[in-house]
Structure formats: structure tokens, C-alpha cells
Design a protein around this ligand. Sequence first.
Ligand code: G3I
Length: 361
Amino acid sequence: MRAPTPKRDSPNPTRRDALRAAGGVLAAGLMPGAAGAQRAPIPFGSAAQIEPFRSEPQYREALKRHCDVIVPMNDLKWEALRHDRANFDFSGADELVAFAEGNSQAVRGHTLLWGEALPAWAKAMTSRAEAERELVRHIEMVVDRYRGRIATWDVVNEVIRFDPRGEPMRDTLWQRLLGAEHVEIAFRTAARVDPKARLVLNDFAFEEKSPLIAARRRSALDLIRRLQERNVPIHGLGMQAHLYGENPIDIDGLQAFMAELTRLGIEIEVTELDVIDWKLPADAATRDRTAAKLVSTYLDAIAAVRRPRAVVTWGLSDRHSWIHQTFPRKDGAQARPLPLDADYRPKPMMDVLDRYRRNTS
Ligand code: G3I
């Protein structure tokens, strides 16, 4: 049964007010459409970058107003936490986690292991024994600190080789020193320290129609099956969903992927959603409409098979996005990848995300 449309009694209801009013009991993971199955609203959230978080009240207000979930964009990465081998600098992460808790928002941890964003001392590691010792110690310290406060962890990020046809695992420091076992070590350590945490494999490029992307989906499934065969605790796949505005969604391919993940008992969450619009026309309204339609098509495709546990965008406002530097437009126009414009005004994409938050068609 669909949750009733929330009654708006406060002058500026937040998105969470709507969810509370709807009494949204999140039965995430239910197969929608199954007889009697309740289609639960899907929590929405965003990554939070510490610099604008500290300098822009509007940035904090937008996070508070629009989000059920907060992800520290960079402050739980090795580069931010581990300036040297001996010490941990939790200042940024603590600030963002405290903000989220103060607003009754859930927190996703990103990320316990990645081949990038490593401090120099870690990049200089040379032996298997040292890599394993430091990886285990890192996860023990970080997961223990936030046990019961960070409910979901991107345990590993981007461990699949971009083109996995041939060698499936990405060539990272961890892969070189520990082999594919680095993934198992990370998951087992996180599960040992916080047995209640949801443990997620996070990666990108699963959405388009091409032999390479189909191979990436197969590699993700193969890796998950291998972990399951070894009784490694893994609960979810995080799909980053950095969507290219000019590329259609492979609906059939994506839905077959969702069905197999469901069969394996793996939940999914959209973890870094944004739209790379560098190949779209310059006109802002056209780009915004195209981006919203692409996000809608993408979310409709996956939710028709498996409702995501959450949909998280990689930032809220066009004012702050990695896409400006990484995918600059030839015409010099500012990218428009996110749900709010550079002045924190909602765009059509936010309406799409809102519909999922309120579970309205
Ligand atoms: O905090 C330092 C600051 O002290 C220093 O003055 C400044 C200039 O050197 O750098 C700051 O750190 C930067 C950090 O962002 C915070 O702004 C790093 O150099 C920079 O590399 C880092 O970029 C982040 C990138 O991941 C690498 O960690 C991006 O903001 C972030 O959006 C991006 O996010 C990744 C996800 O984690 C994984 N999926 C892909 C996604 C996009 O690349």
C-alpha cells in the first residue's frame, strides 16, 4: 500500500518531515509490485565536502533541509585521516558525523580501502606483511570509532579494473601487495569490528549499453560470488552512478544485473549520483531536463527490480562538484550535474529524487 501523501503542517517542511509524516517504515529491498508488498520511500542523501560545509551556511542548510543520509565526501579517506603512520585525524569526519546525528540523518562511511587518496607513507609500503598490518589496523581504528554511528560502509571502493576483460582486479597498491585477498581482508576486518554494520562493495560504470560495461557488471557479480563462496560478509553493492548525459541507460542489462544481485541476496544503493553534462547542449534548461530524465530512467529501471536502500548524490549544488575540473565543457559553460543549481535552487532532478523520497509515481 502506498504511504499517504504527507500533510505539510510546518511552514518549511524538510524532506525528513515528509518521510516522518508518511510514517515511512523503510522496508527497503522489497520487490515492488509483489502482491501486498509495500513500496517504501527511498531515503535521499548527499556527499558533504568539509570545505564548503565549514565556510557556507547555505551549504549546511541545504544538507539539513534535503537529506536523510550524509556521506563525508573525503574525510574518511586515508588521505584525510592518516597524515602520518602513527596518527589519525578524525576532525573533519567527526564534524560531519556529529552534524548528521544532530539532524537525525544516517551516515554512510566512504571508504575503508581505495587505491587512490592515499598518503605518501602508505604509497611507500612495499611488503605484504606491512600492507596487511596497516590495512587491518586502519579498519579497526576507523570502524571502532564510529561503531553504531556509521551504519553502512563502502568497505572497498573501485577494486574492479576499468576494462575487466582479461584481468578483473584493478592494479592498485593493495592488489599488488596483497593480491585479490585484500578485498576479503577488508570485509572480514570491518565485520569483526562492527558485526552490525552493512558492508558494501562500491564501484562505478554499470549503467550503459556496451560490451565493456556488460563485462564490468559480470566482474562485479563474479567478485561478489567469490566472496560469498568464502563466507565473506558482504551485504550490498554501491553503484556510484556518475551518469554521462549523452549516453542512454542499458535498461535490460541493468535490470538483469539487479535481478542477479537480488538472487544473490545483495542489496543495492546508489552512492554517488550526478550527471556529467559536458556533451549536452549549452542551454541550461535543456541540460537540466535531459539530466532529470536520465536520472528518472535510471532509477525507474533499477527500482522496478530492486528498490535501492538509498539514493545519494555526489554533492547537492552545482556550485561544488568534482565534475567542473574533471569534465570541463568545451564552451566553458559551468557543469550542471546535481539536484540544486549554484544558488541552491531545486532543479528538475530534485523533483525526480523527491518523487522517490515520497514514493509517488
Ligand atoms: O583537503 C586538501 C586541502 O588541505 C588542500 O589545500 C587541497 C589542495 O591540495 O587539497 C585538499 O584535498 C583535496 C580533497 O578532494 C578535498 O578537497 C584533494 O587534493 C583532492 O584530490 C580530493 O578530490 C576528491 C577525489 O575523490 C579524491 O579523493 C574529490 O573531492 C571527490 O569528489 C572525489 O570523489 C570520488 C569518490 O571518492 C570515489 N568515486 C569517484 C569520485 C569522483 O572522483
